[in-house]
Design a protein around this ligand. Structure first.
Ligand code: NAG
Ligand code: NAG
Ligand code: CA
Length: 405
């Protein structure tokens, strides 16, 4: 080997390490909502079900106005974790059903694995839905230090069971408890509201975090997905009773589900604050696919977008998403109009995590061009518009989004 060529490389290596010493990688927190429609967050204009915590993050962060996910849970999560289109993972056609021997291909390196390699502590809470037929498919073998949640597409909000009809004559119904700590079933928590359980676990993860290391926390909520068909939507009665003004009982319960989700976002935020981690945190709130608006099954809203989840219409794919971080150093609210797809998170967050200079520079890049896939580089740059911060103004601004139930 040529020694002369080697020297510059060694020199670069030393500078690299020095730079790294001065760098604090940001904590990365993703709250991934399930089946949350475009109009299910009140910052998008519809005030019937207020989501004040989510709105506060949106109004003090960057609203990703043209964010697209996938049509269903499994493909959306596959893309989130790999940065690849679901069709390249064999996960595009549907969701993984109970007991199915499939999942995110084991040769894929997940976002959690990548962040782990970069020194992150990685924790997952809530819904996996990327396969569990062998232990290697479980979250704790796919890059997460800990996992507290469920493996199928849904659980009952209080009984934590998964129910599914099958076409296997010997086993027409696939039914059972689906709540795990790592790979161990959780016992003794029956009757506790799932959103509360997950919030408690998120607080536990944050408050016990060793802050000498950066944290990656992926919190995939059950809300606002339906539970088992025999009791699709459930929320604590005292929460539902806040929405007496909503006439339709199922829509009223749905309001309770959303309100609990919003409270959970607030609680996670407070835990980060209590642990003094906020200043160096990038917080994302994102939906996986559009709302369930079939009146038999769900009571979300994708208005003014057409279609239900599980379709290829905008209502299924065009989703609420936001980034909040003090590292953005924003002095006003931003709406990013640039297209962003769920596959863009992996390169964006990876980039954020490897940054050598103060990470703010890299985060600014997100808002300057909503980095990242090269196919978007020629798109128009971010459109910064100041959005009204008072509720009245906001509602006036978006009256065209109003819909009556
Ligand atoms: C999960 O298991 C770990 C390791 O056994 C234990 O330390 C932790 O307390 C458990 N968490 C919950 C919420 O049960
Ligand atoms: C925010 O900062 C930008 C760039 O420095 C400046 O042009 C703008 O006027 C500021 N806005 C407010 C509300 O202070
Ligand atoms: Ca979903």
């Amino acid at each position: 080997m040529n020694l002369l060529l080697l020297i510059p490389f060694l020199f670069l290596e030393v500078t690299y390490l020095k730079a790294q010493e001065n760098t604090q990688q940001p904590n990365i927190v993703i709250v991934y909502a399930d089946d949350l429609g475009y109009n299910d967050v009140s910052y998008n204009g519809y005030p019937q079900i207020p989501t004040p915590n989510i709105d506060a993050l949106a109004l003090n962060g960057v609203i990703l106005r043209n964010y697209y996910g996938e049509w269903l849970c499994t493909p959306s999560r596959g893309s989130l974790f790999t940065g690849k289109y679901a069709s390249r993972l064999g996960l595009h056609h549907s969701v993984i059903k109970g007991g199915e021997d499939s999942g995110l291909p084991l040769e894929e390196i997940t976002l959690a694995q990548r962040l782990k390699t970069l020194g992150y502590d990685t924790h997952m809470i809530g819904k996996w839905h990327l396969g569990y037929s062998t232990k290697e498919r479980l979250p704790v073998f796919r890059g997460f230090d800990s996992f507290y949640g469920y493996l199928n597409g849904l659980i009952g909000y209080y009984d934590h069971t998964y129910y599914q009809k099958t076409d296997i004559p010997s086993k027409p119904i696939y039914f059972g408890k689906d709540l795990y700590n790592g790979s161990t079933p959780v016992k003794g928590r029956d009757g506790e509201y799932a959103t509360h359980l997950f919030t408690e676990q998120a607080e536990h993860v944050i408050l016990n975090h060793d802050t000498s290391k950066p944290l990656f926390m992926y919190m995939a909520q059950l809300a606002a997905h339906t539970g088992n068909f025999y009791r699709p939507l459930e929320a604590p009665p005292e929460t539902v009773s806040k929405f007496k003004y909503i006439e339709h009982v199922n829509r009223r319960i749905y309001a309770g589900v959303l309100s609990e989700l919003d409270d959970s976002v607030g609680a996670v935020f407070k835990a980060l604050q209590k642990k003094d981690m906020l200043e160096n945190t990038v917080f994302m709130f994102v939906s996986d696919n559009g709302g369930e608006v079939d009146p038999e099954l769900g009571f979300g809203s994708n208005f003014p977008l057409r279609g239900n989840k599980m379709t290829l219409w905008e209502g299924s794919l065009h989703l609420p998403a936001l980034i909040w971080s003090p590292l953005l150093n924003l002095n006003e609210s931003r709406i990013c109009q640039q297209f962003m797809h769920v596959t863009d998170w992996l390169p964006t967050l990876y980039n954020l995590a490897v940054t050598l200079v103060v990470s703010m520079l890299r985060v600014s890049q997100i808002i300057n061009n909503c980095y990242s896939s090269s196919r978007f580089l020629n798109q128009p740059k971010i459109y910064n518009s100041k959005i009204s911060v008072t509720n009245d103004q906001r509602i006036t601004m978006f009256t065209e989004f109003l819909i009556e139930f």
